[in-house]
Design a protein around this ligand. Sequence first.
Ligand code: UDP
Ligand code: MG
Length: 310
Amino acid sequence: MDYSIIIPVYNEEKNITTLYQRLNKVVRSLKKEHELIFVNDGSSDTTLPKLVELNQSNQQVKVINFSKNFGHQMAVSAGLKYAQGELVAVIDADLQDPPELLPKFFKKAEEGYDVVYAIRTKRKESFLMKLAFATYYRFLKMIAEIDIPLDSGDFCIMKKRVVQAINLLPERNRFIRGLRSWVGFKQIGLEYEREARLAGESRYTFKKLLKLAFDGIFSFSYVPFKFMFYLGLSSIIFSFLAAIWVVYMKFFTTNYNRVPGFATTVMLLVFIGGLQLFSMGVMGEYIKRIYDEVKQRPSYIIESTIGFHN
Ligand code: UDP
Ligand code: MG
């Protein structure tokens, strides 16, 4: 098998046909052995019947069918486990990532790169979302211990050995673009303009997006931990200085009792309280991730597969 294309799909009935036509045209033009792996992430619309139909007309179409919605990152992970190709591509189903770019990506792989990922130069999204994404990726780059490329998503191609390396990573809260960068090898980014979604709304709800953002930060950075430590340390130093000041006022001045301190006391109480809760929240994020690992639940359940013959 030369190429595997992984497409996570969640309620994409309106996009599948167009996607398949464009994708099929591209892979056919490459004249290599290929497979199109659709991972149905618990769709509740007619996505699955559409995929079954595609499989019946084209043996290269394969389907992994989840028992419910496990999320985009899990769908990609499952696809990576099943992919047989020497080169594996990951692409969204909503045509925000143009399939026509794939030949260019494959060519870069022939030049010796192990990972070719797409960098989004323009996004056709609202100003606020663009600002949020740009800020997030810059913040992540600043604090992460690995070099996560700016503005890169999951749209990429990888050589088999990279896919095998990623498949070896057992962690359950998966931030694929981070894991992809973590495994190393020779990587290069190619710029492209991200199209607008063909049909429907983003399948990433705000909650899902927030989880993804948190996974990026807490899976690849200890800075939040260190931040707690330094915040605690500076408040200790500050309170020590304040104590010296209070003692001085009490014993070496006569007007101590007239010092108005109520507002300061309340403010400090609230500040320290907030600091402690915040720190516990940060710690909780790490503990939650440890707990997820300890439970050892599988990250997704596959209800059925279609078109895999081994
Ligand atoms: N997706 C998925 N499971 C989910 C959410 C999304 O498989 O729970 C798929 C979706 O069908 C699409 C891709 O992941 O192919 C990217 O999702 P979407 O386009 O909604 O995200 P956005 O482009 O807005 O980040
Ligand atoms: Mg999209």
